[in-house]
Design a protein around this ligand. Structure first.
Ligand SMILES: NC(=O)c1ccc[n+]([C@@H]2O[C@H](COP(=O)([O-])OP(=O)(O)OC[C@H]3O[C@@H](n4cnc5c(N)ncnc54)[C@H](O)[C@@H]3O)[C@@H](O)[C@H]2O)c1
Length: 265
């Protein structure tokens, strides 16, 4: 088998690629020589990630895009197709959660969770499929969550992520004959390595929706078979594997939990 991931000069779109997990994914593709376009609403944090890729073999450019606005997503995809002559890899990374007991989730948060975690994935996938199928193939990797398989205080978020898993399997079935592979990476808890890794629209921004104190963090680590938290780079590694036709050409419709063994789907 040849070495390397064969991602050099591939056209890659990473949604929500400015912060935390998406940022690590975008930088990892650029390190492999790929041409990455980040779709994100946070232009300042996108600029930080673009800057940090300056010395990598590939490139990162930003495209301001609200992933919940189907027309904006379609325009963004058309721009990338025109600029890069196609899209080889789509990483549906953008998502959102605000942990709460089901009875306490307000209706606007229910809608937000489904909009941001499921509709956004359907919109982007729908927009790229014609160009991928027309080009003879491509790889779509969606970032779901361990919550898809059951997690306390995650009923609607988990349902939306479970929807992503089901959607990817169904598209894998329909589009396999066109050479399009669809897979899912389901992370456990992933804290940003530093303040620089998150922008103001990140869940992890100061005053944002996710707060985990030291005790909560310790409890989580003790519950993980591999006894450490998952890093953004851990998630990026599995995404690159699934994106690489050299490493995973015969893998489609699958889910990889990147959680130190917390979930074994
Ligand atoms: N971090 C975790 O513990 C964890 C665990 C399991 C799954 N996940 C999933 O991984 C993915 C990334 O998580 P994260 O922690 O890196 O998220 P994050 O909140 O740190 O980053 C999300 C990014 O998406 C952007 N964004 C927000 N709303 C947007 C919109 N409407 N349109 C375009 N961009 C938008 C933000 O600006 C930010 O750059 C999500 O799908 C999340 O559900 C995260």
């Amino acid at each position: 088998m040849k070495s390397g991931l064969a991602l050099h000069a591939k056209s890659v779109v990473v949604t929500g690629g400015a912060s935390n997990i998406g940022r690590a994914i975008a930088l990892a593709f650029a390190a492999e020589g790929a041409w990455v376009t980040i779709f994100d609403i946070d232009e300042a944090q996108t600029a930080t990630t673009v800057f940090d890729a300056a010395n990598l073999p590939g490139t990162i450019v930003g495209h301001a895009c609200d992933m919940c606005d189907i027309e904006a997503v379609e325009r963004g995809v058309a721009n990338v197709v025109a600029a890069q002559s196609g899209i080889d890899v789509l990483v549906n990374n953008m998502g959102w959660s605000r942990p709460a007991w089901f009875a306490d989730i307000p209706i606007e948060d229910i809608r937000k969770a489904v909009d941001r975690n499921l509709y956004s994935v359907i919109y982007a996938t729908r927009a790229v499929l014609p160009t991928m199928a027309g080009a003879g193939g491509g790889s779509i990797v969606s970032v779901a969550s361990d919550a898809a398989f059951g997690e306390l205080r995650s009923a609607v978020y988990g349902a939306a992520k479970g929807g992503v898993v089901s959607f990817m399997k169904n598209i894998a079935l329909e589009y396999g004959r066109k050479g399009v592979r669809c897979n899912v990476v389901a992370p456990g808890l992933v804290l940003p390595p530093s303040a620089k890794d998150v922008g103001e629209n990140s869940l992890w921004a100061v005053g944002g929706d996710m707060v985990i104190d030291d005790k909560g963090r310790g409890d989580i680590v003790r519950s993980i078979p591999l006894r450490r938290l998952t890093t953004p780079a851990d998630v990026a590694g599995s995404v690159l594997y699934l994106a690489s036709d050299r490493l995973s050409a015969q893998v489609t419709g699958q889910v990889i939990s990147v959680s130190g063994g917390s979930q074994m789907p």
